[in-house]
Design a protein around this ligand. Structure first.
Ligand code: ASP
Ligand code: CP
Length: 321
C-alpha cells in the first residue's frame, strides 16, 4: 500500500464554513476534500492511524432520522483523527421535554462542540442552525433535499476506480424523486464532468425544473445504455404519501438491477448503491455481492475516509501543523 503526500489546502485556506449544500464547497475546496479523502483512505487501507489532526476537538452527532452508515462513519472518522466524539441519544434526550432544535444545538456548542453533524427530516433547518451557532454545521441529510457527504464519498469512490469522473456516464435509477442522494450526487457528478442520467417511471421522477442537469429516461434499456456506472436507489417509502408502497409493485421486473439487466450498460459497468439496500426490490442480491461489478462496500469504506476529510477541512481549515 502506497502512502501519498498530504494535499495542499486551497490558496488562502479552506474557504467553506459549513457543508449544508453540495455547492457550499466550490471547486478548489471540493478537489481538496476528494484528494484528502484519498490520502486518508491510504491510512485506513494500511490499518494505520493518521496524524491526530483533531486531538482536543469535540465533534457531536445529532441524528433525528435513522442511520447506520452516516452516523457511524462520522463517529469513526472523528475518532480516527483523535477527536472526542459524542452522539446525542435523541430518543432519550431532552428533545422529548420540548427543547427546540436551536436550544439543543446551542447547548451542544456551549459544551464545547467544534463541529455538529445533523440529520433532520426538515429541509433547510441546517441553514437556520448555521446562522445561530458558532461552529461548522455538517448536513448528514435533510429530508429529500441534500446529502452532500454522500455525494462526496460517491465521487471519491468513483475516482478511486476510474481516476476521474470526467467523461463517465452515471445512470441513477429508481426513486429519484424522494432521494437526497440523487439530488446532491447529480449536482456534484455533473460539476466534476460526468454525464448524469435519471432512470425510472414517471411517478418517481422529480419535477422537470428540478435537477435539470440530468437527462431522464423511462426505460432501463435506454437509460443505462453506454453507462459506466449504474446507481440503484432505495424506494424512500418513509417520504411517500399514503399508498406509496405500491411504487414497489412490479418495479423489480421492469427496473431491477441484475447481472442480466446490467448487460444493457457498458461491458465492464459497475453498480453503486448508497445503502441501505432492499434486495429484490431495486437490486438483486447476487449483483450487489459481486465484487467484480459492485462498488457498494467500497462506498462504505470511502464514507469513513471522506468524512475524515470533511471534518479535518472544516475544523482545521486546512492549516498546516
Ligand atoms: N441512506 C441514504 C439517505 O439517508 C439513502 C437511503 O436511505 O435510501 O438518504
Ligand atoms: N447512505 C446512507 O446515508 O446510509 P444511512 O442512512 O444508513 O446513514
Amino acid at each position: 500500500m502506497e502512502f501519498i503526500n498530504r494535499p495542499y489546502a486551497p490558496a488562502g485556506g479552506f474557504a467553506a464554513s459549513n457543508l449544508i449544500n453540495i455547492d457550499d464547497f466550490p471547486e478548489a475546496e471540493t478537489n481538496y476534500v476528494l484528494d484528502l479523502a484519498e490520502y486518508y483512505a491510504r491510512f485506513l487501507k494500511a490499518g494505520k492511524l493518521p496524524p491526530a489532526r483533531l486531538a482536543g476537538k469535540t465533534q457531536i452527532n445529532l441524528f433525528f432520522e435513522d442511520s447506520t452508515r452516516t452516523n457511524l462513519s462520522f463517529e469513526l472518522a472523528g475518532r480516527r483523527l483523535g477527536a472526542d466524539v459524542l452522539s446525542v441519544p435523541v430518543a432519550a434526550s431532552s428533545v422529548n421535554k420540548g427543547e427546540s432544535l436551536i436550544d439543543t444545538t446551542q447547548t451542544l456548542v456551549a459544551m464545547g462542540a467544534h463541529a455538529l453533524i445533523v440529520r433532520h427530516r426538515e429541509p433547510r433547518v441546517h441553514d437556520e442552525l448555521a446562522k445561530r451557532i458558532a461552529c461548522p454545521v455538517i448536513n448528514a441529510g435533510d429530508g429529500v433535499r441534500e446529502h452532500p457527504t454522500q455525494a462526496l464519498l460517491d465521487a471519491a469512490t468513483i475516482r478511486s476506480v476510474y481516476g476521474t469522473l470526467k467523461g463517465l456516464v452515471i445512470a441513477i435509477c429508481g426513486d429519484v424523486k424522494h432521494s437526497r442522494v440523487a439530488a446532491s450526487g447529480a449536482v456534484l457528478f455533473s460539476r466534476l464532468g460526468a454525464e448524469v442520467r435519471f432512470v425510472g417511471p414517471a411517478h418517481l421522477m422529480p419535477a422537470p425544473y428540478q435537477m435539470p442537469q440530468a437527462r431522464r429516461f423511462d426505460t432501463l434499456a435506454d437509460g443505462i445504455a453506454g453507462a459506466d456506472i449504474v446507481m440503484a436507489l432505495r424506494m424512500q417509502f418513509e417520504r411517500m404519501e399514503e399508498g406509496g408502497k405500491d411504487a414497489a409493485t412490479g418495479y423489480f421486473e421492469t427496473y431491477g438491477l441484475t447481472h442480466d439487466t446490467l448487460k444493457l450498460a457498458k461491458p465492464d459497468a459497475r453498480v453503486m448503491h448508497p445503502g441501505p439496500m432492499n434486495r429484490g426490490v431495486e437490486i438483486d442480491g447476487a449483483l450487489a455481492d459481486d465484487e467484480r461489478r459492485s462498488l457498494i462496500l467500497k462506498q462504505v469504506f470511502y464514507g469513513v475516509a471522506t468524512r475524515m476529510a470533511v471534518l479535518d477541512a472544516l475544523i482545521t481549515k486546512g492549516a498546516a501543523f
